[in-house]
Design a protein around this ligand. Structure first.
Ligand code: BTN
Length: 338
């Protein structure tokens, strides 16, 4: 794909893209003249021309005939906001959606947009990340064109102590999207991992800014290995990892997956805001693969603690039943099924 690193294709010119995509998807797809486009989108002919040139640089192929206008003939495998938004009926998410060809970290971009007053529900996507962030300062491998790297800016009216609950909201949304798009059966591994057949296919990294008693912003960072193949995984992985393609043998439509994920997240976030933690907790517990199981928990400092995972508390801590029957709260760390 051409186009400078970090160049973004966003929804600022969304109306033009929507018109082009609508005619592309229509069964009798025809030409749209520059005049028609400029009248419908209420922008100049020069703006139309520049937009089409930018789309061309990103792999969109147009047929153009001087007397008839433009006809979109090929849409690339690119997480284009207008393609994702086509037919999407979210209430809170995706009013603003931006996609970068490459960026450092979508979480960092979303956090910056949050500082600048960005709207709740802003979605930041990237085709690749040069500094993808994982939990505990780890790196999230982010090769181009294969996966989903997505961050969502939220402004929930909750106290900072409740912010970890949003990790459960995003975990349930990822599980729902994987089930709907692939028929696979993922499980959640507390706190932030989604596994299939014991291998990690998705990770969550939520970051918060807050005042004393109120959350200002939460960035939900979601990385899903969609079409990654074996050779694209880093050699020195700490835990087994996989992709939905490797697990199912079928390539995932990245645009459709993103739309499904945002729709699921929108629904769950809405329910969370209306009904609080109980709305989400039961669904999370049902999808969590470690509850009732013997696990080892390590935080990289203390010796691994063994116990049976019994549930989660209001703050998102894992309730671990030790061999003497006492319950210990685990606030962070890596869980291993024994
Ligand atoms: C983990 O399991 O360690 C969390 C991984 C989170 C990765 C995603 S990819 C999109 C977003 N941007 C980042 O830099 N990280 C998150």
């Amino acid at each position: 794909m051409k186009g400078g690193a970090g160049q973004r294709i966003d929804s600022l010119s969304g109306e033009i893209d929507r018109l082009l995509l609508a005619s592309f998807m229509a069964p009798d797809a025809g030409f749209l003249s520059g005049e028609e486009l400029s009248a419908a989108a209420d922008v100049s002919r020069t703006t139309i021309w520049k937009r089409i040139e930018l789309l061309r640089e990103h792999g969109f192929v147009f047929e153009s005939v001087p007397s008839r206008g433009y006809r979109l003939v090929t849409v690339p495998d690119f997480l284009h906001p207008a393609a994702i938004a086509a037919g999407m009926t979210t209430r809170r998410l995706g009013g603003t959606m931006v996609t970068f060809s490459e960026t450092g970290s979508t979480n960092a971009v979303a956090a910056r947009l949050g500082e600048e007053g960005g709207a709740e529900g802003t979605v930041v996507l990237a085709e690749s990340q040069s500094q993808g962030k994982g939990r505990l300062g780890r790196i999230w491998s982010s090769p181009p064109g294969a996966n989903l790297y997505c961050s969502i800016l939220l402004r929930p009216p909750i106290p900072p102590t409740s912010a970890p609950q949003l990790t459960f909201v995003s975990a349930v949304a990822v599980v729902r999207a994987i089930k709907l798009c692939t028929g696979l059966s993922p499980i959640i591994k507390w706190p932030n991992d989604i596994l299939i057949n014991g291998a990690k296919v998705a990770g969550l990294l939520n970051e918060m800014t807050a005042e004393t008693d109120r959350v200002a912003t939460v960035v939900l960072g979601i990385g899903v290995n969609l079409n990654m193949v074996r050779e694209q995984f880093p050699a020195e992985l700490r835990h087994p990892a996989s992709s939905l393609f490797l697990e199912s043998g079928v390539r995932v439509d990245r645009v459709a997956f993103t739309r499904t994920l945002l729709t699921a997240l929108d629904d769950l976030y809405d329910r969370y805001l209306a009904g609080g933690y109980p709305e989400i907790r039961d669904e999370w517990l049902a999808e969590c693969g470690v509850i009732g199981k013997l696990v080892g928990v390590s935080d990289g400092v203390l010796q691994e603690r063994m116990g049976v995972a019994r549930g989660i508390d209001e703050g998102g801590a894992l309730l671990l039943e030790l061999s003497d029957g006492s319950i210990q709260r685990v606030y962070s760390g890596d869980v291993r099924l024994v």
